[in-house]
Design a protein around this ligand. Structure first.
Ligand code: DQA
Length: 150
């Protein structure tokens, strides 16, 4: 018997997230991006999902990835581009893949400029403020969403 096709999840980390562990640890935590990616891979395997992770500091590279990669579900922490990027918003509108916006910090509890997201209303939902758990909750939500879709 043929085994069922595995769903593909793409996780995108935006600018400066490669600095996790060193960058403002009081806000973002002491763990590294590679700690998050490793844990996501373990969780994805348990749920029989294929997971690809990608970090870039460049808006153009993020747009390329969103619009050209092959995946069923997108989890994205657009980082600073959350608050500024019409280009990333437009690429999400263009590809129409189910998407969850993730933030380590609670963006509604910080500076005024962080309270505006150009991404939230084109995503299924937002998970913000749980540190690295935000990503793991997003993966759980993506997994359930894809199961319910079938
Ligand atoms: C962030 C919040 C953004 O405002 C900030 O620019 C980041 C990280 C978060 O994960 O909390 O770089 O997206």
């Amino acid at each position: 018997m043929k085994s069922a096709k595995k769903n593909k999840i793409l996780v995108i980390h935006g600018p400066n997230l490669h600095l996790l562990g060193k960058r403002e640890p009081d806000i973002y935590g002491k763990f590294t991006l590679s700690d998050i990616d490793k844990e996501l891979k373990v969780l994805a395997k348990k749920d029989n999902l294929l997971l690809q992770t990608f970090q870039s500091n460049s808006e153009g590279d993020i747009v390329e990835k969103i619009t050209k990669a092959s995946y069923d579900f997108l989890i994205i922490n657009p980082a600073a581009y959350t608050h500024t990027s019409v280009a990333i918003r437009d690429s999400l509108l263009g590809i129409k893949k189910p998407t969850i916006e993730v933030h380590l910090s609670n963006i509604y509890k910080r500076e005024e400029f962080r309270k505006t997201s150009l991404i939230s209303d084109v995503a299924i939902g937002v998970i913000s403020g749980f540190g690295k758990l935000s990503y793991f909750l997003a993966l759980q939500a993506a997994s359930r969403y894809l199961l319910n879709e079938k």
